[in-house]
Design a protein around this ligand. Sequence first.
Ligand SMILES: Nc1ncnc2c1ncn2[C@@H]1O[C@H](COP(=O)(O)OP(=O)(O)OP(=O)(O)O)[C@@H](O)[C@H]1O
Ligand SMILES: [Mg+2]
Ligand SMILES: [Mg+2]
Length: 549
Amino acid sequence: MATRSVAASELLYNMNSRISTLYPNVLCVIRRISTRSSRCHSQAQPRAKSVPQQLVGVVGLEIHAQINSKTKLFSGSGVCFSAPPNSLVSFFDGSLPGTLPALNRRCVEAAVMTGLALNCTINKKSYFDRKHYFYADLPAGYQITQQRRPIAVDGTLTYSFLGGRKRSDVIRKVATIKQIQLEQDSGKSLHDDVHSQTLIDLNRAGVGLMEVVMEPDMSCGEEAAAAVRELQLILQALGTCQGNMSEGQLRVDANVSVHRPGEALGIRTEVKNINSSRYLARAIDFEIQRQIDVLQRGGVVQNETRAYDSKSGETIPMRDKEGLQDYRFMPEPNLPPLIVYEDNASLPAGVDASQAVVVQSLREGLPVLPSVKRDMLVQTYDILPEHSFTLLSEDGLVDYFEAVLKATKKEPRKVIGWVTKELLGQLNQKDMSVSQSPVSPLALAELLELQETGHVSSSVAKQVFQEMWRSAGKSAAQIIQEQDLGLVSDTAQLHSICQKVVDSHPDKVRAIRAGNKKVLNNLMGLVQKETKGRADPVLVRAMLLEKTS
Ligand SMILES: Nc1ncnc2c1ncn2[C@@H]1O[C@H](COP(=O)(O)OP(=O)(O)OP(=O)(O)O)[C@@H](O)[C@H]1O
Ligand SMILES: [Mg+2]
Ligand SMILES: [Mg+2]
């Protein structure tokens, strides 16, 4: 990377003066992330030759990922979502005359790592350009972006989702990445309806973004949501973006059109700034259907920008795109070309490796990516592919699962249900993260050991787990002892209960004697009901077999 000397501007950043009195305080609304997506409605159907092909959806995404960096792309101001409005604004971010950009190396490294993880070609030389807008939250009147030659191009994102006939088949798809460009974020305009005024918060102005532009090769909301989810996991694994959609760290623009397969692509609309995967899927599917309806009524789809209204589930027009947008692109005169180097050997004399961006070093430092991790989990533990998806969907769940396995002899296939159903069920219900679980992996392992060694039945183990959740800190053994939940193995007691059940269900006994062995399970269930799930199932089965033979 080459940066030019900007001593005067650096002096200004170092002063790190705060423009805190310019704009008053405002309120922010936080939304929850959702990962559930809608179903694909618009897949191409095979049709008879004479019947015209159905219209199908075409989707291309632009994803703005906020770079995980302590400071902004071109200034030394901090980056923090919840900081008081306008408390993180340098003279450069406020666009004061005489200030100059100084490129943040960490942001360049993040874009290169993301490009490598998405199989892109890294441009060793890329350029910055000015893209002009007139918005209140863009004080310079332009955004510095990479229009002529971005840092990374021509990549792929392989994503998977559960679908198909059974809805549990793993469907694997590949989306083409056109480019990844580095650019500045804008500030935020916040509308105060009470006082009918718009307030500006420039904390976000100049924060580094990676815009990931995908080719239009998806066909419905479900695919788009799965692709974004996979990208989110990749960015989080890399540490290049925290990926929290509700905090705006990942914002998606969905470009949507419809056409008949084999024909030219239709006119696209762009649904802007969607900040949840569930809304993304719904917005796209709504938009595909809306366009199909327009065409079928003989109308024309307008090239326009739309917004998604989550209350009505509809997309609504924002502004007409065609004609209105002339960005007056021009090369950014205050930044030289951005140079990155393939390896240490290609560094020019006098350039210190610690001051340059070296692709090879970043490639060597890439972590295991989610798709590889899933395959490893399926192979190592012989669990179902859908379970590997669930494990990766929740931060820290893989580590939790592996910590339980280390502490118990129970097979992974038997442990997985406890982690993905019991534990995750409780966490979701209480809206908690894995790290907040009151039941530690060791505590769960102890419970599973007690079940494995026959101290408690499986249904009682679930009761104990619920109790452990409520009374954080109490061990499984303590709860079993205090509530007398241990397995009943007293043969005399079990004989008498089994006899009572057999005597009061002569019809079932007749069915078993007539060869319907499945009915034995009914009788076992009745015995367990009598003992509140505490009867030793092995003993009970033997006794019932004997009594019904
Ligand atoms: N006919 C189409 N149907 C659906 N998506 C399309 C179609 N044509 C292009 N796209 C998608 O539109 C997006 C275009 O993004 P790009 O950043 O190149 O331009 P833009 O949207 O005009 O610019 P801006 O960054 O200002 O939004 C890409 O994701 C591309 O896949
Ligand atoms: Mg774009
Ligand atoms: Mg766009």
